[in-house]
Design a protein around this ligand. Sequence first.
Ligand code: SF4
Length: 330
Amino acid sequence: MKNVGITTTVPIEVLIAGGYRPLDLNNLFVGDPHPEELVSMAEKKGFPQTSCTWIKGVYGACHKYALDTILYVMHGDCSGSLELAEVLRSEGKNCISFSYPDFPHLGRMQEQLENLASALGTSLKEAERVRRKILPYRVLSRKLDELTWKEDLVSSWENHFFLVSTSDFEGNFQAYRRKACGLIAGCGKRRPYPPSFIRLGYIGVPPIFARSLYHFLERKGARVVFNELQYQFSMPSPGGCLAQQYIDYTYPYSSSYRLRSILLELRKRKAQGVIHYVQSFCHRQISDIVFRKEIDLPILTLEGNTNYTLDQQAMTKVEAFIDMIRRRGK
Ligand code: SF4
């Protein structure tokens, strides 16, 4: 299979059916031992300091991991992806586009999937076959999610990691399955988190300082029981066909569409507060207005830029937020 870099969660079933092995450039970037070097590659190329770190990291990852074919999302992800694709194209990379429909509509999604399948020289029938093969891996990720919020056995970081990895299953389905099954089996020997732990929801794009944030929260007696987008990446509502699966996936659509699922999950998981992560220079920061209006829980808006670990100021904000929820509960 030929490697293809993906700039966000896309219908990987179609890529695999076309003979490609999808690798999520965001995961390669943030999992790299030196993410700052990937960002610096982009800045040397001319990406401004005032552009999103994820975009720059994705650019750097394309080069570091020598990916010649990139699938980017023209509509339904990030306005920066278009410019990114232009730069990559000018450097000789083969950039293929995919567009989510303006709003979740079965017929329009079907059309977009057919366009993608034909661009990759495959068919939706083949992609459906791949979908059925992948479903058990998606089920595993959701089992881990349930072990997080229902059984209180899986940590915030583990929940984030196993869900965020479902965008590409780390490029190796068998290795993902082995790791997930190992964790599920290990849960049998764990003690649940005590009820004194504050239960939090996390909404917004995955944090640039994920490991540091989740570990810090748990040291302070709070845990994330709902990672919104990471949960969405796992395709929690697979529906009856590929088109249905990708219109039930909320990220490409409006904040109000995302909110329906957010509110439901926060209630179901008994969240006591919400962290809304925003990335510096990202247009999605504006969604904070809608979320603050509609979510009836304390919200902390936390901004990240190029700090791959929580800085002192962020730690103070997070700690004060947890204390406030704790006092509220007494
Ligand atoms: S964080 Fe925002 S600006 Fe950055 S890549 Fe994601 S959607 Fe685009």
